[in-house]
Design a protein around this ligand. Structure first.
Ligand code: C2E
Ligand code: CA
Ligand code: CA
Length: 693
């Protein structure tokens, strides 16, 4: 805001005559105007009047400038530039031009000069009024806008993301990428409604976001000229472009991301081998089936199906044939039930079926017999013909249990009973089964005895940094040196030990032994973290953290030399309790790894929610790399996911250099598998470590 005009102190305006007063007014007015004002006579181009600003700009004051020639005032060089304008003004033309000027204090300015001819009563030119505005500010702003528009235009053209400009909903401009995305020419897009390019089901949302000026990214779909539809992310912005406020939308192709998300979602709910629902999805579906049966007063049969001689096929033909067999069994099971029934794989050679809409348990018998018959039909595999049979345990809702969990557990118990009865048959659950736990008791005492007599041993398998081969940890894998049966792998006794609650004493022995071993190595100068597998049952056991803390203390092992490998199933349980235990373990300095990632729930949310340090990609995904494109895609998706969450990622079961190269290329930094080393007994792993250390 400019201040009001005030008269110099002491000026007695009232004492002046009209002519003198108006001279004072003129002086006051011009000196206070935000413009430069002067008057030159035509005769010798001498200044007859200048306001204070004009005089000051050229280094004079209002008195000293009067009588000076324009050449003296503005300088010879400037005079030469403006001379043509002066001549035009004296030829009675109003002239306006711009020029650059350096002020006496060295500032660069741009001025707009107006020359207004002064004509006498006789019609001859007497002089010229000069009025100058400083337009520096405006010219700078304009050129900044021009530059940024140019820059923006170039950027839009170079961008791989489609950019669409529009006004009132009609396209005014598009970049190259937009024409590629829409599969049409720029000219055909201009003038169209923006919504013409949006898939019908998203038009309402997009229109709403445009109207409301929404500026956050959101998902939608674009229809291309050839009618195909692609998933995109849209971000709307209001911008100044070519002097106008335009709306612009940036459109990003997110088909790859969508595909990965869908794959991971599928993964989380399906068994990758048979593509059947996995345990997580079975539990969800079973819950729904049970609830609807409850409402309709119907019964549900839950069938636990276990192949009898699967191990023989697997051992004699190898796991490729074993996998193939499981896939074919899955197919047969799918075809043996109605579409409303449920079929899934629990893991290994165990399948689960649920049959709905029953009024009595017996109604399920024909279906069960049909399943058993279908499974018994010969399979031809790798040129040989095989037959397998299955044992089936059945539990009924609501008679035997009324939660999915208990229904499965009782069907499992019935299945064991069927196996005991000589396999290849089916059994209903009975309450007497609950009591006949003598088999479990025998195993329990067997394991207890084995612990006491130290029949268990730990073998150790190293994990290395792929790039250098440096050892990052060794994983302890338990074996049972059985007095009669020889060395038994964990698959022979862990599942049973888990289902009978015997994993706790066994697990305690493993933890203690692994920690003791790591300490012994440390004493020998080999510092390497040891990784221990924890089963879910063990994890939920009260006092786990205290046990581990006590073991570490007993052997004086720093917590950072212990890793715990956890299974995904854990993370679906009571979030608060799991978080608490995990945090307590982290407080001991222990590293937490997610084992067999991709086979269970594979939910992204828990990875973010829990303090996990690393994930181990299950070896079933690694096995067929680089031949299976699904496995490749899943593995890459998991690696990227881990990277984005800042987690270390380890590939297990690496057997070939091709696999290792593939993994290194895709930034999976850590690997474990037969390529590096098989699990080795304690003496052998020590010399292996020493060689590498
Ligand atoms: P896991 O934790 O996934 O362990 C890796 C298994 O893959 C080991 O089988 C190992 O011998 C095998 N393996 C490693 N590299 C390769 C390879 O390149 N190719 C192939 N084909 N296999 C490879 P293992 O020792 O039979 O252990 C089986 C499972 O038993 C383990 O799977 C783990 O879940 C469980 N387990 C082992 N020890 C313990 C234990 O002390 N406690 C608990 N709760 N579970 C254990
Ligand atoms: Ca493991
Ligand atoms: Ca594993």
């Amino acid at each position: 805001m400019l201040p009001p005009i005030t008269t110099e102190p002491g000026t007695q305006l009232a004492a002046l005559d009209d002519v003198a007063a108006s001279a004072v007014h003129l002086r006051l007015l011009t000196d206070n105007m935000p413009a430069l004002i002067a008057y030159y006579n035509v005769k010798d181009l001498r200044c007859q009047f200048a306001n204070a600003a004009y005089a000051k700009t050229y280094g004079f004051d209002t008195q000293s400038i009067v009588g000076k020639n324009v050449r003296e005032i503005i300088g010879e060089k400037a005079f030469r530039t403006i001379r043509p304008y002066i001549e035009r003004a004296f030829a009675m033309e109003r002239v306006s031009y711009e020029r650059a000027l350096v002020t006496p204090d060295g500032q660069d300015r741009i001025i707009e000069v107006n020359l207004i001819p002064h004509v006498g009563a006789e019609g001859a030119a007497l002089g010229t009024f000069v009025m100058i505005n400083d337009v520096t500010k405006f010219r700078l702003a304009e050129s900044a806008v021009r530059e940024s528009e140019e820059r923006f235009g170039k950027f839009a053209d170079a961008s791989n993301e489609a950019i669409v400009f529009f006004e009132d909903g009609f396209v005014t401009d598009v970049n190259e990428a937009a024409t590629r995305m829409a599969r049409t020419a720029r000219e055909k897009m201009l003038g169209c409604s923006v919504l013409d390019f949006i898939a019908p089901e998203c038009r309402e949302t997009v229109a709403h976001h445009i109207r409301s000026g929404y500026e956050q990214p959101y998902e939608g779909a674009v229809v291309r000229a050839d009618g195909t539809i692609i998933a995109v992310e849209l971000v709307g912005k209001a911008i100044m472009y070519k002097g106008k406020t335009l709306r612009m939308t940036i459109v990003r192709d997110i088909r790859d991301r969508k595909e990965t998300e869908a794959r991971i979602h599928f993964l989380a709910h399906h068994d990758p081998l048979t593509r059947l629902p996995n345990r997580a999805m079975l539990m969800e579906c079973l819950h729904t089936l049970v609830e609807s049966a409850r409402r309709q007063s119907k019964q549900v049969a839950v069938l636990f199906v276990d192949l009898d001689n699967f191990k023989t096929v697997n051992d004699s033909l190898g796991h490729f044939a074993g996998d193939e067999l499981l896939k074919r069994v899955a197919e047969r099971l799918k075809h043996s039930v109605r579409s409303t029934d449920l079929v899934g794989r629990l893991g290994g050679d165990e399948f689960l079926l649920a049959m709905t809409d029953l009024n009595a348990p017996e109604e399920v018998v024909p279906a069960v017999e049909k399943i058993a018959e279908l499974i018994k039909e010969p399979f031809s595999l790798e040129g040989e013909v095989f037959t397998v049979s299955c044992s089936i345990g059945i539990s009924i809702f609501p008679k035997d249990a009324d939660t999915p969990d208990m229904l499965i557990r009782n069907a499992d118990a019935a299945m064991y009973f069927a196996k005991d009865r000589g396999r290849s048959n089916f059994q209903f659950f009975t309450s007497s089964l609950q009591q006949s736990a003598h088999h479990a008791l025998a195993l329990e005492s067997g394991i207890r005895k084995a612990i006491k007599q130290v029949e268990f041993v730990l073998h150790y398998q190293p994990e290395v940094l792929a790039k250098t081969g440096a050892i990052t940890s060794v994983e302890a894998l338990v074996r049972w040196q059985h007095p009669d049966l020889g060395l038994l792998g964990p698959d022979k006794f862990i599942p049973l030990a888990e289902s009978r609650g015997l994993i706790v004493p066994l697990g305690q022995w493993v933890i203690n032994e692994a920690i003791r071993q790591a300490r012994e190595w440390l004493n020998l100068g080999v510092r390497v973290p040891v990784a221990v597998n924890l089963s879910a049952v063990q994890f939920k056991q009260k006092g786990l953290v205290e046990d581990i803390a006590a073991c570490l203390a007993r052997h004086h092992l720093p917590g950072e030399l212990l890793e715990l490998e956890l299974t995904e199933s854990l993370f679906m349980e009571d979030v608060a309790a799991v978080t608490k235990t995990l945090n307590e373990l982290k407080d001991l300095g222990v590293t937490l790894a997610m084992d067999d990632f991709g086979t269970g729930y594979s939910s992204l949310s828990y990875l973010k929610r829990y303090p996990i340090d690393k994930i181990k990609i299950d070896r079933s995904f690694i096995r067929d790399i680089p031949n299976d494109k699904d496995d490749i895609a899943i593995t890459i998706a998991i690696i990227n996911l881990a990277e984005s969450l800042g987690l270390r990622v380890v590939a297990e079961g690496v057997e070939t250099t091709e696999q290792a190269e593939f993994l290194e290329y895709h930034h999976c930094d850590y690997i474990q598998g037969y390529l590096i080393s098989r699990p080795l007994p304690p003496a052998e792993i020590l010399s292996w470590l020493r060689k590498r250390y």
